[in-house]
Design a protein around this ligand. Sequence first.
Ligand code: MG
Ligand code: MG
Ligand code: MG
Length: 309
Amino acid sequence: MKDVIYVIGHRNPDTDSICSAISLAHLKNKESENETYIPARTGEINSETEFVLNYFNLDKPKLMTNGKNKKIVMVDHNEFSQSIDDIENAEIIEVIDHHKINFNFSSPITFHTEPVGCTATMIAERYLSKRMIDKKIAGILLAAILSDTVVFKSPTTTERDKKMAKKLAQIADINNLEAFGMEIKKAKASLKNMAIPQIINMDFKEYDFCNNKVGVSQVEVVDFSEVDKLRNDLLSEMRKMKKEGNYDLIIVMLTNIIKECSELLVIGDTKKVETAFNKKVENNSIFLEGVVSRKKQIIPQIEKAYDGA
Ligand code: MG
Ligand code: MG
Ligand code: MG
């Protein structure tokens, strides 16, 4: 019997987590004789990812909710607080990611992180170096790059992401990259029919900063009017989450991807947020011009504010 290895992305999966898991499993299965790689999702996919998988006619990966005693490859994350339940009791085989490193494991493993805009860029590079890519895989890797880089507008975008996206678009027969990217972004459900907890949890990540529990959600909008009537409800849900989950700080980042700016709703350690951005938080809110990336423009600043305490 072949060994089974699961390839999983982070909790509250995004397009990169899902498409990188599918693609990496596919590549590894072509290369290996003794193992079977199975992509899995650690939660429900969002409507952007659903659009992408439908577009390229691929099924969503099977759901997996516990990592205990399983062999696992982690993609698009490396922090246990963002991974599947019981990841502490899994056998981690490999990590491939593009986030800051907060990882500790008892055995030597393959650990590959690079400061690029998307995990899919790294996986695409592996494929293309072996000339093994097919059209559907090229399509979902492209979609992941466009999603994670906010169609190249995020400051996390590198030349490698752009170069890979162009190559993948040719293979996937996508003529207008930008137009396809906006189509993907707009496929994210209009917030109108979503419950408040669902909006917050769609892209919620948890961090440990010097033993402080911090949660940061990112909600992308194309117009702030979409969230105008939701602020108070978002704040009361955040207060509830803080209490029930024992958080020190909860932030909901409302990011306008057209105007390239963010409003942060803040509950908890307001002072840390003020230190991080050198600006007053008023009515639980702070506005940041030019900010679209949680990974590059929010998390390092907040972490530094906790470090300095
Ligand atoms: Mg991700
Ligand atoms: Mg990613
Ligand atoms: Mg993301």
